[in-house]
Design a protein around this ligand. Structure first.
Ligand code: URA
Length: 216
């Protein structure tokens, strides 16, 4: 478990996200030097409230997948590329009172927000040292492998490649010299929107369960 993120990296995030609609702060959680580091997009409302990553509806799906290959929340490390909840502001009419009220639904983080968190994420990855990184969905996958990477093509494949990390000036990315092991997976929320993906996602997790044996 990471007790604390370095204060200078937190200060940098704060400065780079001034004016962004981000709230809360949900730390990554789990085992150091684990077999698997699961990387999501950003916390949602439930995660913001309880401060535990993947503790809402998509988290329940995720726990089912990791338990199907013999792991649990405490035997993996779970984080996401952005550690605050991105929200938008929507004005809607309250059905009962007819009043206009504001709502603050979750949204996908912007590229600027993902980059603002990049040095913090790089530090977390270097500290956690997983055997295999599991990016969940396109936001995490593209943060690690670049804009052209696509989860529809790469899901369920074991890759050994350099990944993106923040460049010297922290205003963009560069590729690492060393290679990392990754197995991209669909984001668990995908099954909530498209149940037809469930057999594919389950098969991908079974493949990960098989492949991880070679790292032990
Ligand atoms: N989606 C994510 O990417 N991370 C969470 O913690 C919850 C939902």
């Amino acid at each position: 478990m990471i007790a604390e993120y370095p204060p200078e990296l937190l200060a940098e995030v704060k400065e780079k996200t001034i004016g962004c609609r981000l709230t809360g702060f949900t730390p990554g959680q789990g085992l150091l030097e684990p077999d698997l580091m699961l990387v999501g997009e950003a916390p949602g409302r439930h995660e913001e409230q309880v401060n535990i990553p993947f503790s809402g509806a998509s988290g329940q799906e995720l726990m089912g997948f990791i338990e199907s290959i013999g792991y649990s929340r405490s035997t993996v490390y779970i984080t996401s590329v952005v550690r605050q909840r991105p929200y938008s502001i929507k004005k809607v009419r309250d059905k009962k009172t007819g009043e206009i009220i504001e709502k603050y639904p979750n949204r996908t983080p912007t590229k600027k927000e993902v980059l603002a968190f990049a040095p913090l994420f790089d530090w977390e990855l270097a500290t956690v040292k997983p055997s295999v990184i599991v990016p969940l969905g396109n936001t995490a996958l593209q943060r690690l492998l670049g804009r052209k990477a696509n989860i529809g093509e790469l899901h369920g494949q074991l890759l050994h490649e350099p990944i993106q990390h923040a460049n010297h000036d922290h205003d963009g990315y560069q590729m690492t010299r060393e290679k990392y092991w990754l197995m991209p997976m669909y984001h668990p929320a995908a099954v909530l929107y498209a149940r037809r993906l469930e057999p594919t996602i389950k098969a991908d997790w079974q493949r990960l369960g098989q492949q991880i044996k070679r790292f032990k």
